[in-house]
Design a protein around this ligand. Structure first.
Ligand code: ADP
Ligand code: ADP
Length: 229
């Protein structure tokens, strides 16, 4: 069994009398330590897939197994523990706490996690040792995203989930962020899933899962992913 098995997953949202099918008979697998990009146009169901993987939402049908655990069977309390201990999230708009410094943002995330790593060491690894006492408003977009990555990685999660991590950055800064994610993934043994509609990002992935209208259209295995510096 692969590290992640997504089997015939369906997610319907009920809005008034309407049922909106965001994800429909969607299946794929992800191996441990793989860097995977989920690629698709706006409305394809990418965010829904990421939310299902991260235990932010439960499927209407189908099975989701992560590291041998059937997370589609989890109750509320198990989902909270799963999100807290096993998942790191990186968002498009960083979502840092504005009145905490870079270091405090990372420390806050680590406080409740049993496996967390040393916040200062991780901030060094993302190239921010000079910036640990700065507040988010004193940092560039790329630096804020580095703090957000450090915050997610410092929890030492099994799975790092990134929602359009370069969406708010210029292309050079975005490329650096992707290189950083690739390095992290390989060095720290962290399985990483990035959702994007940017085809350039897909070059660094071990596997690209193309989705459209809530279902998998193609899975491309990249034997020779473009290497980070
Ligand atoms: P993407 O991330 O690829 O842009 P989403 O997963 O956000 O796609 O959305 C897929 C489809 O599901 C869209 O039609 C969207 O409007 C719908 N959808 C997503 N979340 C909800 C929700 N909470 N309630 C109703 N419809 C939703
Ligand atoms: P993306 O940036 O990936 O395209 P969206 O803008 O589609 O993401 O969605 C952002 C958030 O809004 C997601 O959490 C999604 O579940 C929710 N969402 C998307 N479409 C709808 C909708 N029609 N109704 C309610 N919530 C939605």
């Amino acid at each position: 069994m692969a590290f992640i098995e997504f089997e015939n997953v369906e997610k319907k949202y009920i809005v008034g009398d309407l049922a909106i099918t965001a994800v429909d008979d969607c299946s794929f697998s992800i191996e441990k330590n793989e860097l995977v990009v989920i690629l698709g146009p706006s409305g394809a169901g990418k965010t829904t897939v990421l939310n299902l993987l991260g235990g932010m939402d439960s499927p209407s049908d189908g099975n989701i197994t992560v590291d041998g655990n059937e997370i589609h069977k989890y109750n509320k309390k198990e989902l909270i523990n799963y999100r807290r201990n096993d998942i790191g999230f990186v968002f498009q708009f960083y979502n840092l706490v504005e009145n905490l410094t870079a270091l405090e943002n990372v420390e806050l995330a680590c406080q409740i996690c049993p496996n967390s790593l040393d916040p200062k060491t991780i901030l060094e690894k993302v190239g921010l040792s000079e910036r640990i006492s700065n507040f988010p408003s004193q940092l560039s977009g790329g630096e804020q995203q580095r703090v957000a990555i450090a915050r997610a990685v410092a929890k030492n999660p099994k799975l790092l989930l990134c929602d359009e991590p370069t969406g708010a950055l210029d292309s050079v800064t975005g490329q650096r962020i992707i290189e950083l994610l690739q390095k992290n993934c390989k060095k720290m043994g962290m399985t990483t899933v990035i959702i994007t509609h940017n085809t350039v990002i897909a070059d660094v992935a071990d596997k690209v899962i193309k989705i459209k209208n809530g279902t998998v259209k193609d899975i491309i295995i990249n034997k020779n992913p473009k290497k980070a510096e």
